[in-house]
Design a protein around this ligand. Structure first.
Ligand code: COA
Length: 171
């Protein structure tokens, strides 16, 4: 699989992918708004024979704006017919390597701990999500530190406006 950063010409394909990967969630508005921001967003896609089959976003975030940043992983989607073939894992690993090179200290995700554990994520208790999470999601809020860097200062995560919608942080 070829992995590269997306360009504006990939947008239509990215927006076709999300309803297929998440049939019960409408993620296109937040994905579009994040891609429009441009700055502070790493957008990677996986291609099989030039067809976009997977996409992930990483958004720069802080608890202390004077410090080196963190990144929030999400959403991550793979077209159903390409799932469980290592495509999502390749995208996550490529993103984490790139963020490490960019000086990002810590990466956060709200997702299935069974999936993210294998990339080094574990439940995060010091840095809080922008909105309180339901108790059953306590272990789904996870992070991993990149290299030997210290984690972000304890506090509530600050994210750009597209992420500041309570509905994105509740079941
Ligand atoms: C979740 C998702 C991104 C994983 O990507 P993928 O390319 O399918 O996964 P990979 O092939 O890299 O890894 C699959 C392995 O992860 C493990 N795994 C654990 N939890 C999993 C989960 N919720 N979904 C898929 N795999 C999971 C399995 O062990 C699986 O290996 P197996 O097939 O041998 O059992 C993808 O399946 C997807 O888009 N699903 C629908 C949207 C979604 O739920 N996204 C959640 C992101 S938080």
């Amino acid at each position: 699989m070829k992995i590269r950063e997306t360009t504006s010409s990939d947008l239509a394909h990215v927006l076709v992918l999300y309803p297929q990967a998440f049939p019960e969630e409408e993620l296109r508005p937040v994905v579009s708004a994040l891609l429009e921001l441009g700055q502070g967003v790493l957008s990677l896609a996986g291609f099989q024979e030039d067809a976009l089959v997977a996409h992930v976003l990483f958004t720069t975030c802080w608890t202390d704006g004077r410090d080196r940043p963190g990144a929030l992983l999400g959403p991550l989607g793979v077209l159903p017919s390409y799932q469980r073939k290592g495509v999502g894992s390749s995208l996550v690993r490529t993103g984490l390597e790139q963020l490490k090179k960019n000086g990002v200290k810590q990466v956060f995700v709200l997702g299935d701990p069974g999936y993210y554990r294998c990339f080094g994520f574990s439940p995060e208790r010091q840095v809080l999500s922008p909105y309180p999470l339901p108790a059953q999601w306590a272990d789904a809020w996870q992070s991993t530190t990149l290299a030997a860097r210290a984690p972000l200062a304890a506090g509530t995560l600050t994210l750009p406006e597209p992420w500041m919608q309570p509905a994105l942080w509740s079941p």
